[in-house]
Each structure stands twice: as C-alpha cells, then as structure tokens.
Design a protein around this ligand. Structure first.
Ligand code: SF4
Length: 272
C-alpha cells in the first residue's frame, strides 16, 4: 500500500467511498440535475442522485459488471440496475438461473436478494448519453478493483458490453499483464479463461438500444446466464478455450489488486 492511499478494508468501506465520491464534476452535476428535474413518470419520487455502489452477496462466485447507472434507473433508485429496462432483463435472467430471489428489481426496498452473485459497474455515476468519458472511467476504476479484490470467491465474471469487459480486465490487473496479444477480445458470449482461474464471459449489454433492435435477443441473453450457471455448477468447469485445445501456456497470474482508495480529487479549475 502506498503512502496516503489507504486500502479499503471492506465492501462497506468501498460502498461509503463510492456514495461520497465527487471526483467527476461533469457526472456529479449531471446526476444532480437529473435528480432535481426528474422524469414526469417519477416526479413524486425522491431521486437518489448520488454515485451508485455495487450490490449483492459478499461471498459471490459470479460478478456481473455493467457500464454505469441509468439517469432514471440507478440514479433514481440508488441500486445498480434497478428501475430500468436493463435491470428488468438482468434480474429476470439472474432469477431464472438461481442467482436472485425474484425477477423484478424496482427499488432499494423491494426485498431482492442475490445469491452467489454480486452486481457492479465500471462507472458509478449516470453519464450523459450513457457515455462516461475515458478519464471518468479511469477515476472510477479503483472502486471496481477494490470490489474484485474483496470478493475473494469470484470465479466467473460476466461483463456487459465492451467497456465493462475492458474495465474489468484493467481493474483485475490483466489488461497490462496480458498485453495486446493475449488480452481476451470482446464478443458476445465469448468466454476467456484467465491465468488465475477466473473465467471472463462477455455479453452485449441489455440496453434498450440492443434489445429493441434485436442485436441482443432473450435467447442469446439467457444462453449467457445458462452458461454461467453451468460453469459454476461444474458442468462446464473446463473453460472452452482450453477444452478446444489451446496449447499456449497462460502467463503467470498477477496478484489480486489491493483494495485501494482512489486518489483525492483535484481541485476544480476556475473557469476562464
Ligand atoms: S464516476 Fe466514479 S469516480 Fe467519478 S464521481 Fe462517480 S463515483 Fe466518483
């Protein structure tokens, strides 16, 4: 641990760090504005309006990594993938394959429980046009790294979309360790065994943009979580790339990243 950057001792500490974070002025201003102005359908609700922490079982073997909260989804309800159509897709599938107590996720108080599963995201603040900037993703990365370090039983990571795929690899230390030649490439349903035994299973994000255009269909989506269940139950414990005869020896595993707090925020520059 480097001086001045204390480790997060627990998931609760990560959660506190996320909820109190103000490091991205653009995102914080956007979330606050959305929370103030609201959507007509939710005008009677109090929006959360703060960064949204991860959620789930601290002993999870399955980690699901999304992109960022939706303006009127997680930014409204305060729970990741809760209160929007992406969440409807995600929790329906998690329930179908035994990872969630119910198929619906509508509010922080809806009694949803996750079993053997933890859900998180690459960025914790809702971004304009659902597009966090690279610098914002970089700033938020230590939170994902901390969660992965603290969730010591995770064996399977489902990354929703190319950005989540890359951000997980960076947070886990594999992006640099593997280098451009060995890094798993993003593709829907691509399955990549990592040298520490974790399997990275990637999927298109269940955003409306993908689900309403047919880029991601319900059968495609269910197949990802059916495969996740099979991998964790041992039926598919041998990663496909190895089973298919990959001869290349995997590089040595990096140590799991330490759970570090992000650097303190820079003072905002005065506008000219
Ligand atoms: S996106 Fe992450 S780093 Fe940026 S303000 Fe939100 S919680 Fe903090």
């Amino acid at each position: 641990m480097s001086a001045g950057r204390p480790a997060f001792p627990s998931l609760a500490a990560v959660r506190r760090g996320i909820v109190g974070c103000e490091r991205c002025p653009r995102l914080r201003a956007h979330c606050a504005r959305v929370a103030r102005e609201k959507k007509r359908a939710f005008r009677d609700q109090d929006y959360w309006g703060r960064p949204v922490p991860g959620f789930g079982d601290p002993r999870a073997r399955l980690l699901v990594v999304g992109l960022a909260p939706a303006a009127h989804g997680g930014n409204r309800t305060g729970r990741v993938f809760t209160g929007d159509s992406s969440g409807d897709w995600l929790y329906e599938a998690l329930h179908r394959f035994g990872f969630a107590s119910q198929p619906h996720s509508v509010s922080r108080d809806d009694d949803l429980r996750l079993r053997d599963c933890y859900v998180t995201a690459a960025a914790r603040c809702a971004p304009p046009q659902n597009r966090p900037a690279r610098a914002e993703l970089e700033r938020c990365g230590p939170f994902l790294a901390a969660e992965f370090a603290l969730l010591g039983r995770v064996r399977l990571v489902v990354a929703l979309g190319g950005i989540a795929h890359e951000r997980f690899l960076r947070a886990a230390g594999w992006w640099e360790r593997l280098g451009p030649r060995l890094r798993p490439r993003f593709a829907h349903a691509a399955e990549a065994p990592l040298p520490d035994g974790t399997v990275l299973l990637s999927s298109y994000h269940p955003s409306r943009q993908n689900t309403s255009t047919g880029r991601l269909t319900r059968p495609m989506w269910h197949a990802v979580f059916r495969r996740a269940r099979a991998l964790l139950d041992g039926a598919g414990a041998q990663p496909r790339a190895f089973a298919a005869g990959t001869k290349r020896a995997p590089p040595r595993a990096p140590r799991r990243p330490r759970a570090r707090a992000p650097r303190p925020p820079r003072r905002p520059q005065p506008s000219k």
